[in-house]
Write a protein that binds this ligand. Structure first.
Ligand code: IVH
Length: 786
């Protein structure tokens, strides 16, 4: 490259870096990835080193970040907040160590190796142990005073613990947002139309620079201390690692991943170890930092323009990259949710090749305005699915047009509809959509649902593909021959014939029969289940394990639950309108009810039916029902007035409008109620709910029996060894639920709990045909009645 070209490139690089700095530090909206930024800086550094005549005092390579944006008072850092040089290759780490050895003329070095958190550097000033001021790094010399915002971060001590701290102490560290907090924050934002954060780092930076500390307080921020700045009126230990230990004693969070190592091998070993742990960490890191541990050595090494010579950052593969969207596809989920995702040109993100990234939902696509052919920034962190976080609009092809949700389900062709007020689009094919079938069977069979061991997704897919499964109830009609036939056809399809297996030394016939035997047995075993597991297994939208358990605990009986109109489900604490409606919607579908019928016909038995929870009695009245029905303008106060004025729902329905006013309702409310009741569907729902209410009341256990446990009147015998608890504990817990424990099995025994190595008592129970619980069943029961 000749000189004019070089000068032009240097100028261009400076402009690009300045622009990136501005977007990153002030707008919190970077449009290039960190890796691209690093590459620009390295290119500029290399050119400046090779052409000293082009170096300039104000080059971005000489400054740490951007000048403060001016929204906050400025703080001059008494000890500058510097940046770190980067190493990407092992050789650069070796060079770093060699330089220190040469300059200090010492071989025996001690290094502190630490994770490099990807957040925002801040400095916290303590005077006499009290937090007085906190500032961002800014340009390294001057930062912004964000004290009020930092005070909202719970883990930052307002006052130091212990004793022995210097009169003035500046603690340096990183404010960051943990991954789970970030995901939760974004999930909420996506559902409620809030601002979605591009990544945790931007989230942390943006949060700290809020003018109103109340907004910062709503953001889940954390902090790790990794060093000190100014120290006056007192002394610190003479090494970095000892200082970190001291900071921890004074109440600062310090990473427990920091380690002391001694040579290049130690540093690289640390890098690999953290690299392997990276995906499982609770926060983003973009590398590790190596620091010469002793302060005397640090002082001797000194600084180059913007970074210390005694420390270096060893970077990991970037978690964000740019690539091009080849097409936007949709996926149909277990519950029929139709969600968009991007098929992209393959790109390395965080050390893994990525070709697909989630786009979350249609609103998210609209907000990002992602289009086919767009260049986008993708992010992959931890176990989270890669996601498209931003579009680089400058690189959009001229003919790219906005994306729209397809009108037909790509799997079954049914209509794709959007629930009112919801972000999610759904396939209306419900139980008939093959996409939902595989996933609904998979969920149904999962460990915490019906627990059918050995029924993996591949088998389910084949069973569905060859027509053995149309819905979950078909599982209980499968025969050994069906399974073997399915396997044969699947092998044929995949080209893995028994002959090929035989060649590899497997006795094909034997193996094939064994798995099928086991599966049939597992399916049979799953017939005995609990109400909570059964409800969870149905895969009703919004009904996770804990909601299923709550339903089982409060209503106790499937036959009752499946006939309840949705407002009644709101009687269960923690079940709100949305969940109640989802359950009601599921139960309203005749197809779903038929599947439940067939499950029961085919031998699924729910062993733990019980009376409704007596506490239900507290809300089984007309007034509460009127509130639960979510009738416009009918507030709890108005509902209470109606509840005392009318004997029952029928009386309310029959009442002329003016009676409502006589009952004390304002005209407006009376009109709203009359209008609501005029809709036959609403009137029907009111009557059905009121009937269910009466029935429920009748089923409640009599007063006094309220304290009786679910095993009242039952006699149990424990035998064998339990893995999860001692026999005494099991006995205590069963007795606490009302059971009587006996030492030997007789006709009076209600059931036997058999652990492993159960002997004669189990045999006796079997002989007498007495119910036997294994440990899993015991645990499920105890858990349900905990
Ligand atoms: S030491 C003079 N230690 O990385 C040394 N920095 O690129 C200053 N960072 O500004 C930094 N984790 O925001 C240090 N364990 C760690 C770090 C760390 C993250 C950040 C920090 C700093 C930037 C330098």
């Amino acid at each position: 490259m000749n000189s004019p070209d070089t000068a032009a490139r240097v100028a261009e690089l400076r402009r690009l870096i300045e622009d990136a700095n501005h977007r990153y530090h002030e707008l919190d909206a970077p449009d290039i990835t960190d890796a691209q930024y690093d590459a620009l800086v390295r290119e500029l550094e290399a050119l400046e080193a090779k052409h000293p005549e082009l170096a300039a005092a104000d080059s971005p390579t000489r400054r740490v970040g951007a000048t403060p944006a001016g929204r906050f008072p400025q703080v001059t850092h008494a000890v500058p907040m510097l940046s770190l040089g980067n190493a990407f290759e092992d050789g650069e780490v070796a060079d770093f160590v060699r330089r220190i050895r040469e300059r200090l003329d010492r071989q025996d070095l001690v290094f502190s190796a630490e994770p490099k958190l990807d957040g925002l550097a801040i400095s916290l000033r303590y005077e006499d142990g009290v937090f007085v001021q906190g500032a961002t790094r800014g340009d390294g010399a001057t930062g912004e005073d964000v004290t009020a915002n930092l005070r909202t971060i719970a883990v930052i001590p307002q006052r130091l613990q212990g004793s022995g701290w210097p009169k003035v102490l500046e603690v340096r560290g990183e404010v960051y947002m943990g991954r789970a907090d970030f995901e939760r924050y974004n999930e909420h934002a996506r559902l409620h139309g809030g601002k979605v954060l591009a990544n945790p780092r931007n989230g942390a930076a943006g949060s700290l620079r809020q003018i109103d500390p109340k907004l910062t307080a709503q953001r889940p921020l954390s902090f790790y201390a990794y060093g000190v700045g100014l120290v006056e009126g007192g002394a610190l230990p003479d090494s970095h690692s000892a200082t970190l230990a001291r900071l921890r004693e004074w109440g600062f969070p310090v990473s427990d991943l920091a380690k002391v190592v001694h040579d290049v091998d130690g540093l690289l070993g640390y890098y690999r170890g953290i690299g392997e742990a990276r995906d499982g960490l609770a926060f983003d890191i973009d590398g590790v930092v190596y620091k010469l541990d002793d302060y005397a050595g640090q002082r001797e090494m000194g600084f180059v323009s913007r970074a210390p010579r005694w420390a270096i950052a060893h970077k990991f593969p970037a978690q964000e990259q740019t690539t091009v969207v080849e097409s936007i596809e949709v996926n149909v989920g277990r519950t029929g949710a139709v969600t968009p995702w991007a098929l992209m040109q393959p790109v390395q993100v965080g050390g893994v090749t990525v070709t697909r990234a989630t786009l979350h939902n249609a609103d998210h696509v609209a907000r990002l305005d992602v289009r086919n052919g767009d260049t986008v920034i993708v992010r992959r962190a931890g176990d989270v699915i890669p996601e498209v976080v931003q579009v680089v609009v400058d690189r959009r092809p001229p003919d790219a047009s906005p994306w729209a949700m397809p009108m037909a389900c790509p799997v079954c062709g049914s209509e794709v509809v959007r629930e009112e007020g919801a972000a999610v689009w759904r396939c209306s094919g419900e139980l008939t959509c093959p996409a939902q079938l595989v996933q609904s069977v998979f969920h149904f069979a999962s460990r915490r649902a019906m627990d059918i061991d050995g029924l993996g997704e591949r088998y389910i897919e084949s069973l569905a593909e060859f027509g053995y499964l149309k819905d979950v109830a078909d599982l209980y009609a499968l025969t050994l021959d069906d399974l073997l036939e399915m396997k044969r056809r699947a092998d044929e399809r995949d080209g893995s014939t028994p002959a090929a297996l035989a060649k590899s030394g497997v006795k094909a016939g034997k193996v094939a029969t064994k798995w099928a035997d086991n599966l049939i047995e597992a399916i049979d075993r799953s017939r005995d289940t609990t109400l909570a597991r059964f409800l969870y297994a149905l895969g009703i939208e919004h009904v996770g394990e804990s909601t299923a358990k709550a339903l089982a605990q409060w209503f106790g009986d499937l036959e009752l639950i499946r006939r309840l109109p949705w407002p009644l489900f709101k009687r269960v604490p923690d079940i709100g309108g949305e969940v109640a409606r989802a359950i009601g919607h599921f139960l309203d579908q005749p197809g779903n009810q038929q599947v439940i019928d067939r499950l029961l016909e085919r031998g699924v038995r729910i062993g733990d039916a019980q009376a409704p929870n007596p506490k239900l009695g507290e809300g089984l009245d007309l007034a509460t029902l009127l509130v639960d029905l979510e009738i416009p303008k009918v507030t709890p106060v108005r509902a209470a007035q109606l509840g005392s004025a009318f004997a029952d729902a029928q009386a309310l329905l029959d009442a002329p409008a003016h009676n409502l006013v006589t009952a004390g309702l304002p005209h407006e409310t009376a009109n709203a109620l009359v209008a609501w009741l005029e809709d036959e569907a609403n009137a029907g729902l009111l009557l059905r709910s009121a009937e269910a209410l009466v029935e429920l009341r009748g089923r409640l256990p009599a007063r006094g029996a309220a304290s009786a446990g679910p095993l009242e009147g039952k006699t149990v015998v424990l035998t064998g060894t339990l893995v999860s608890m001692g026999r005494d504990e099991a006995k205590d817990r069963l007795e606490a639920l009302g059971a009587k424990a006996a030492g030997s099995v007789s006709k009076k025994t209600s059931f036997v709990v058999a652990g492993t190595e159960a002997g004669s008592k189990l045999a006796k129970a079997e002989e007498l045909g007495i119910e036997v619980w294994d440990e899993t069943r015991l645990l499920a029961f105890l858990e349900q009645h905990a």
